[in-house]
Design a protein around this ligand. Structure first.
Ligand code: 13P
Ligand code: SF4
Length: 313
């Protein structure tokens, strides 16, 4: 089947099965085109929670589909490719975090949503890149915190909130750590009026020369409302598709990675999601996310704490 036929088949199956497709901004253009909703991690969690569909096809990575299942246990959540993982989630194994918590008792555990359900079950409050600063800021200044697993986001949060007693896990996302400061500075010379938009998973030297730091949705919103003509975007380049669609008169340049042999900085996990795989899992209702109920309930508590915080904020 060609892409047009696949799109039509997906549309038919969605109707027939009362299914929705939720997609992260980092998927390919054709995948974003068949999605019912495209968002950042926080918006996708909310959407999964509120959806009235019987089936959710999660066009994203494993931890995102797991989060959807935690919040919607009665729905069928399908992941187009079970190998769509996340290097950041992989950098924090539940057994290692459990040991770390035992070694540092009495601390509030704040975990980024880019974690497994088992890590979330050990967590007091989950956060995403759009609410991490506000969530930590809402905790008393003298609260002892463990923040994981992203060291870049953790150090960014620490610097903005002034929470001194925060132990930051030493994990990172390979995509966001790969950006080259030198090549970004070269681009800034070439486009002196360009603004640099950066995801907080990037390293500090890049954050320091940025004009705006935020989640994928926040970067998109900034570009929509800001008056500049040109932007250098330091996050996975999938988000540029919606930026270009929302702001047709503006120029968006993907920030280059350090490895000059790489033309772009794709998240290989996100790019595993294809139309063909979406079609197949919808047709066969395969690749279902199944969770241990005890673990799910514990993880739900820490995610709902985040969602109720965001609803107030
Ligand atoms: P957002 O919270 O901005 O969607 O980021 C998710 C992610 O995986 C970043 O690499
Ligand atoms: Fe994980 Fe990084 Fe890919 Fe986001 S971009 S899903 S943090 S590997």
């Amino acid at each position: 089947m060609n892409n047009d036929q696949l799109k039509q088949e997906i549309l038919n199956l969605k109707k027939e099965k009362n299914a929705v497709i939720l997609s992260h901004y980092y998927t390919t253009e054709e995948v974003q085109d068949v999605a019912d909703f495209i968002g950042d991690s926080l918006a996708l969690s909310r959407q999964a929670q509120q959806s009235t569909a019987d089936i959710i096809v999660f066009a994203g990575v494993h931890f995102m589909a797991e989060t959807a299942k935690v919040l919607s246990p009665s729905k069928k959540v399908l992941l187009p490719d079970m190998a769509a993982g996340c290097s950041l989630a992989d950098s924090c194994r539940a057994e290692d975090l459990a040991r770390f918590i035992a070694d540092h008792p009495g601390r509030t555990v704040v975990s980024y949503v880019n974690t497994t359900v088992e890590v979330k079950a050990l967590t007091d409050i989950v956060c995403t890149s759009s609410n991490a600063v506000d969530i930590v800021r809402s905790l008393p200044k003298d609260e002892k915190i463990i923040f994981g697993p992203d060291r870049n986001l953790g150090n960014y949060v620490k610097s903005l909130t002034g929470h001194e007693d925060m132990l930051v896990w030493d994990g990172a996302c390979h995509v966001h750590e790969r950006f080259s400061l030198e090549r970004i500075l070269d681009l800034k010379k070439e486009y002196p009026d360009a603004k640099l938009l950066t995801h907080p998973e990037c390293k500090e030297p890049i954050r320091l020369v940025s004009d705006f730091i935020g989640s994928t949705a926040a970067l998109l919103q900034y570009a929509r409302t800001d008056s500049a003509d040109t932007y250098i975007v330091a996050t996975e380049p999938g988000v540029l598709y919606q930026m270009r669609r929302s702001c047709p008169g503006k120029r968006f340049i993907p920030a280059p990675p350090s490895d000059t042999a790489c033309a772009c900085n794709d998240c290989s996990y996100m790019k595993l999601v294809t139309l063909e795989k979406i079609y197949r899992v919808l047709r066969d209702e395969s690749n279902e996310i199944l969770l241990d109920e005890e673990v799910r309930k514990k993880a739900e508590k820490s995610i709902l704490r985040m969602l109720s915080f965001s609803a107030k904020g």
